[in-house]
Design a protein around this ligand. Structure first.
Ligand code: DX5
Ligand code: ZN
Length: 220
């Protein structure tokens, strides 16, 4: 069973509440929220007030991906807005351990993320304390980019590590996920698929979500 987390970065922002309900009704497990600050990445999206506003549109798990500098400053606000997982980047400036401590203190899922150019060794020290690892398969900042296949060995490495040290770790991939790359990632050990443009360009994303949920080692 694979978790599917559609990224509302590709949603129609003029009707965001309805788009979040659409994801919910299509049977997605999680809703992926891409927060960008214009510093860590060259793009700006939305923050806690917008997440709080759409929180009422779905009961699904809110999976926040913070592409921001100094995430420790904002953990409290994102938790208050109703996020169920908060993921911070190991490359972000600021105290990442402090950010993780704050997420732990709110008793929500702790996520850590790694960019394509960052060596996998840089994230391993955080994985003992993580519930979720988000492996970027594009350069963060924009939807609709092509999957970087050089990231696949990183999924395998983390999956092997997790089997031995943290078997409950959720292994998520984010960027350029489509029918083909979804399979590649699940075969390599991913169990959460984040996808924006591929799902949102469909009139009905439900059949794809169902298919992807059935991928994985425990699928029939
Ligand atoms: C990119 C974001 C992704 C993005 C993925 O910085 O983290 O979540 O929405 O979009 P697609 O699936 O279009 O690559
Ligand atoms: Zn993301």
């Amino acid at each position: 069973m694979t978790i599917v987390s559609p990224s509302i970065l590709s949603a129609d922002f003029s009707r965001l509440g309805a788009e979040v309900s659409r994801v919910d009704k299509a049977g997605a497990d999680w809703v992926h929220l891409d927060v960008m600050d214009g510093m860590f990445v060259p793009n700006i999206t939305f923050g806690p007030p917008v997440i709080k506003a759409v929180r009422g549109c779905s009961d699904r798990f809110f999976d926040a991906h913070l592409m921001i500098e100094d995430p420790a400053r904002y953990v409290e606000a994102f938790a208050d807005a109703g996020c169920d997982a908060i993921t911070v980047h190991v490359e972000a400036k600021g105290d990442i351990d402090e950010a993780i401590e704050q997420i732990e203190a709110r008793d929500i899922m702790v996520g850590v993320s790694i960019n394509p150019e960052t060596p996998v060794e840089d994230i391993v020290p955080y994985l003992d304390r993580a519930d979720l690892v988000l492996i970027m398969t594009v350069h963060p900042g924009f939807g609709g980019q092509s999957f970087i296949s050089e990231c696949v060995p990183k999924i395998r490495h983390i999956s092997d590590w997790a089997r031995e040290h943290n078997p409950g770790l959720r292994i998520s991939v984010d960027g350029g996920i489509n029918d083909k790359t979804a399979r590649t990632c699940v075969d390599a050990g991913a169990n959460v698929l984040v996808a924006g443009s591929f799902l949102f360009k469909k009139a009905d994303m439900a059949p794809t979500i169902k298919e992807w949920q059935a991928l994985g080692p425990d699928a029939e």
